[in-house]
Design a binder for this molecule. Structure first.
Ligand SMILES: Cc1cc2nc3c(=O)[nH]c(=O)nc-3n(C[C@H](O)[C@H](O)[C@H](O)COP(=O)(O)OP(=O)(O)OC[C@H]3O[C@@H](n4cnc5c(N)ncnc54)[C@H](O)[C@@H]3O)c2cc1C
Length: 544
């Protein structure tokens, strides 16, 4: 096995690593990016539902199954609605997520046909992740829009200006019947009947909110009436006054006349967010990591800083006031305790200097440009192509958030070793990052609540700082144990477990008592810069 791993090592560095994704081509949603989102939004004759995600965020993973099922159900509305996903955790999508001011994920936004973004209008945000509420908010939004393309509905109630002939003008090769629905005041009966009949191209539905208008059209007042294209009409008798009964009544009539519904075939019968696509290289890394016990891999620290500098930080629209301070503190900690190569150390020092010298309102775009400029002047900084200690047994598991924890623990330990920064500074920088820049909504909410409850700003020594983060992380582990986002190969245990550190806990029949001095010793050892593993990095000439 060891020989196999040695043979595969060069591959880790050269192989193309595909971006993990929660949605695929079979999911009834279109995955868009920096280049395609605005084009689609602008050119589509439909309304558009866009979900902005970070593939690594727990809520996005948990919501993926629900969203796929919802997208499947919403196929019935595809004459008026298109569904898209944009992953803000992909480096190429940084600009678009910044332009659309995506501060948390998942974010659901709605756009009318032909939408064009402005500073003030980045879309209509849905304030829920509950499928029925999304459905209701969508219906209300769709019904407010005037559609222009052939085959699209008209939600505007008829007026006295409409006559029978203008109604019959809606007939064409596919539309063979006009359905008239009486919609009482403050009811959505007509709207929901239109939506329910979108899969029946043979009918065009119009709403009457004034029953007197039936007379104006030469018809008797009615609840639900169907007209053929020659002007003949028939009153339909739905079983009750619900839109479902109205839709069924029309559908039965059409079926009897030989027409069929055009329910598009779903490409995804059931959500699948945990496909186990493990390639040979991943399998080799997995086997090594699982067999090695707790260890800190430089590749993970590199990946965390890489993603911070290229994705999480530049997504901010502007760094100002407390956000500017948070950026300065984070860069200060990173530059002082950098686990990167020589170029990486220079990069972090220059970025820190740049931000310190910038005005108190630095744009995310300016920061991004500075990162690119500095990197272009230095030998290659980021060489890790994969997570190593943070590798997952499936593409969307573990990864970035694992590498962040690893980096944070590493930083608290380096701070205690060096004594350069005052106690609490590193935790303050982590708190600033989470408050202002972390794109994972549930992580932010939980962490900030925990920071308050566990009195993050009261730590008095650097050793306490290490232990504060350890205890906080264990609290998160406990909450997430058994969660659907857990990697079965890396179950969420209280860390370190007895195998890794037998002296760290005393176990009695009823409870576990942590031996804090032993835990501290253990953490200082695992997260010590001297013990970093270069496994998985191109280190033939040393790590430079
Ligand atoms: C600040 C923060 C808050 C988060 N909050 C949430 C949340 O609210 N909801 C959610 O779904 N996800 C949250 N996450 C993500 C979640 O904690 C995990 O990162 C993710 O589920 C991946 O887990 P993992 O198995 O890779 O291990 P992780 O929990 O990411 O741990 C990474 C590595 O750290 C080591 N480790 C584990 N526990 C400790 C400890 N106590 N002390 C020191 N080292 C330890 C282990 O070697 C482990 O492999 C958060 C992440 C961060 C960085």
């Amino acid at each position: 096995m060891f020989r196999l791993i040695l043979l595969l090592l060069p591959l880790f560095c050269a192989a193309h690593v595909t971006e993990p994704s929660l949605y695929g081509s079979g999911d009834n949603v279109k995955v868009l990016n920096n280049e395609t989102l605005e084009l689609e939004l602008h050119s589509s004759p439909n309304c558009q539902l866009v979900q902005f995600i970070n593939y690594f965020c727990g809520d996005c993973r948990r919501f993926a199954g629900t969203f796929k099922q919802l997208a499947w159900r919403l196929l019935a509305w595809q004459r008026v609605l298109s569904i898209y996903v944009v992953d803000c955790a992909q480096e190429r999508n940084v600009r678009i997520c910044r332009d659309f001011d995506i501060r948390k994920t998942p974010t659901l936004r709605l756009y009318p046909p032909g939408y064009q973004r402005t500073e003030q209008d980045v879309g209509h945000e849905l304030d829920t992740l509950q499928p029925e509420e999304i459905y209701a908010q969508l219906a209300a939004f769709l019904a407010k829009v005037k559609y222009a393309s052939l085959g699209q509905p008209n939600f505007e109630p008829l007026s006295a200006l409409d006559d029978r002939q203008s109604l019959l003008n809606e007939c064409n090769n596919s539309t063979k019947y006009i359905v008239l629905v009486y919609q009482p005041q403050s009811s959505a009966l007509g709207r929901d009947t239109i939506l329910g009949l979108l899969t029946w191209p043979a009918v065009f539905v119009r709403i009457l909110s004034d029953s007197a208008l039936f007379g104006h059209l030469g018809l008797k007042p009615n609840k639900l009436l169907i007209m053929d294209c020659l002007g003949g009409s028939l009153s339909l008798q739905p079983r009750n006054d619900s839109s479902v009964a109205y839709v069924n009544s029309v559908a039965e009539y059409l079926q009897a006349k030989g027409y069929a519904t055009l329910m598009p075939a779903a490409t995804t019968p059931a959500p699948d967010v945990s496909s186990h696509l493990v390639d040979e290289e991943q399998a080799a890394i997995l086997a090594t990591v699982l067999g090695a016990g707790p260890k800190t891999y430089r590749a993970d620290l590199e990946q965390a800083i890489d993603k911070l500098l290229h994705i999480e930080l530049p997504k901010a629209r502007v760094f100002e006031a407390a956000g500017h301070l948070a950026l300065r503190q984070l860069l200060n900690v990173l530059r002082l305790f950098s686990p990167l190569n020589r170029s990486g150390n220079v990069l972090l020092a220059r970025l820190h200097e740049f931000v310190n010298g910038s005005s108190d309102a630095l744009s995310g775009a300016a920061f991004q440009a500075q990162v690119q400029l500095q990197e272009s002047m230095l030998p290659k900084v980021f060489k890790a192509r994969r997570y190593v200690g943070c590798i997952g047994s499936a593409p969307v598991l573990r990864g970035f958030t694992c590498s962040l924890w690893t980096l944070f623990h590493y930083l608290t330990v380096q701070s205690a070793r060096s004594s350069v920064l005052p106690a609490g500074y590193v935790l303050g920088a982590i708190h600033g990052f989470v408050s202002h820049f972390f794109g994972c909504k549930d992580c932010v909410q939980h962490f900030l609540a925990m920071a308050d409850r566990r009195k993050l700003f009261s730590v008095a020594t650097r050793d306490e700082e290490i232990l504060w983060l350890w205890a906080a992380h264990n609290e998160v582990n406990q909450r997430l144990a058994g969660d659907s986002t857990e990697d079965p190969q890396f179950p969420k245990l209280q860390f370190p477990d007895l195998n890794a550190c037998p002296k760290c806990q005393l176990q009695s029949a009823s409870n576990t008592t942590w031996q804090l001095q032993e835990v501290l010793k253990f953490l200082k050892d695992v997260y010590d810069a001297k013990n970093l593993s270069n496994y998985g990095l191109p280190t033939a000439n040393g790590y430079d």
